[in-house]
Design a protein around this ligand. Structure first.
Ligand SMILES: N[C@H](CCC[C@H](N)C(=O)O)C(=O)O
Length: 285
């Protein structure tokens, strides 16, 4: 099967995009395809697969599959790339439009001209803070803010936020000391998170800046995580480390994202989206 694809990234968090307005894929092949295209040796190399599809509830839909073939419910970097692609490829004729995700609909606005969109702003909607909807086990306290969290003998404290997908946020004094590789995968698969969890370590720089690193559910360490950056700003605000209604610069490994948790409760994400290559993937299937 010859599959037309576009590889795009948000701050180095790259995905292989397949446009289902022009091509069709069988549902029972998607997980295998995600694992195959993501492999840098046997495939193309990426953090996963993203499908751009027709939607009955928005101008365009997005589905995201992680490197391990698991399906995520939202992807901030992926949303900016989908918005860029949809406008540049004339799937959409307006610059502001809704995108359907399994984690809920969002609204994107592209900046630039048809020939090249470089920045995209996304209204990510309101974060989900109720424990049972993260989801995270436990019956005490409906929200998970600075909750004691012991793992591998380490006494930590976790703040849990969902942006349609689950995030466990931990503060560190020095990002260089963050146990990203040691504890990231263990926390991500901890039974206290029945659907797994994306794991973020953040360091406050000042009232407008955070350092950020992530171990993503299903993909491991990535250069950036858009939903994670949103969750990090929400978590820092809930812990009184940041003030609401301010644009925060989140310094991720692959670059900066600009996040605002507005006083009306909605989270705004602004950042780049870039195309790397377009081609045909020859899949022996
Ligand atoms: N690993 C995530 C999906 C990708 C999120 C990330 N790449 C982003 O930009 O938000 C999950 O399983 O929930």
């Amino acid at each position: 099967m010859n599959i037309p694809f576009t590889k795009m990234h948000g701050l180095g968090n790259s995905y292989i995009f397949v446009d289902l307005f022009k091509f069709s894929l069988a549902e029972d092949t998607l997980s295998d395809l995600a694992q195959t295209v993501s492999d840098q040796n046997f495939g193309i190399g990426s953090d996963g697969l993203i499908l751009i599809h027709p939607s009955e509830v928005a101008e365009v839909g997005m589905r995201i599959f992680n490197k391990d073939g698991s399906e995520g419910k939202n992807c901030g970097n992926g949303l900016r790339c989908v918005a860029k692609y949809a406008y540049e490829e004339e799937l959409i004729n307006q610059k502001k439009f809704a995108i359907e995700t399994k984690g809920g609909n969002v609204t994107a606005e592209v900046h630039g001209d048809r020939a090249c969109i470089d920045q995209v702003t996304v209204d990510m909607g309101e974060p989900i803070l109720e424990r049972s909807r993260i989801p995270m086990q436990g019956d005490h306290a409906s929200k998970v803010v600075a909750e004691p969290f012991e793992i591998e003998g380490e006494k930590m404290s976790v703040t849990a936020v969902s942006m349609g997908n689950p995030h466990a946020v931990f503060f560190v004094d020095q990002m260089d000391n963050a146990p990203l590789y040691e504890l990231g995968p263990i926390i991500s698969n901890d039974k206290r998170f029945p659907e797994g969890v994306n794991v973020e370590f953040i360091e406050k720089v000042n009232d407008e800046e955070l350092h950020f690193r992530v171990w993503e559910r299903g993909s491991g360490v990535t250069q950036a995580c858009g939903t994670g950056a949103c969750a990090a700003v929400v978590a820092a605000t809930l812990n009184q480390a940041l003030n609401q209604d301010k644009e925060i610069t989140v310094h991720l490994a692959g670059g900066d994202l600009y996040i605002t948790w507005a006083s009306d409760g909605r989270v705004w994400m602004r950042g780049k989206a870039e195309t790397t290559i377009a081609g045909t993937f020859y899949w022996e299937r």
